[in-house]
Design a protein around this ligand. Sequence first.
Ligand SMILES: C[S@@+](CC[C@H](N)C(=O)[O-])C[C@H]1O[C@@H](n2cnc3c(N)ncnc32)[C@H](O)[C@@H]1O
Length: 184
Amino acid sequence: MLATPGLTALKDPAEARRVLLDDALAGLELVRRFGGPIVDVGSGGGTPGIPLAAALPERAVTLLEAERRKTEFLQRWTEELPNLRVVWGRAEEQPAEAFGVAVAKALANPPVAAEWCLPLVENGGAVVLWVGPSADRAAVATVAGRIAGELEESPAGFVVIRKTGPTPPGFPRRAGMAKKRPLA
Ligand SMILES: C[S@@+](CC[C@H](N)C(=O)[O-])C[C@H]1O[C@@H](n2cnc3c(N)ncnc32)[C@H](O)[C@@H]1O
């Protein structure tokens, strides 16, 4: 395991394993339902993207991260996992519809995360969000409805949004707008 200086506050190895690996792999079957390349938006220290890349070696996985310092750490994992690549940038500034599945954990509150992730996914693909128990699913559904997305049945701890059409004009909104003027 590569060292993660300054990137996680987890001190206990068992707790670190639970948070970083088991939580990430809890979404594996949901991600597997949808084909195509995978993007982990706001990958941070590499979860859930690195465990998913290890579990799905036949799938191309992109770790998208806005902070350059974090991408430098993430880049080291591409030597271990040939299906992994790292992109430094913001979700709102990426080419549209380049992925089959966008995943995100602790990226932003779920409605904002949905707005950032949906334009990255092609028609028929999906966004899989790792969420807490207080996630406002109705707000996520409202956002999804604006960006050609529909909520699917999903287990506790996840929100799954299927992309049901092309990204409408006007999306992605420019950086900062999703938080400044939330859609829901
Ligand atoms: C709280 S961390 C979560 C990291 C990791 N997914 C996890 O669960 O440990 C959120 C990460 O999202 C990144 N981020 C925030 N807004 C972003 C955006 N618009 N596009 C890409 N990355 C973003 C931040 O730099 C940060 O590393």
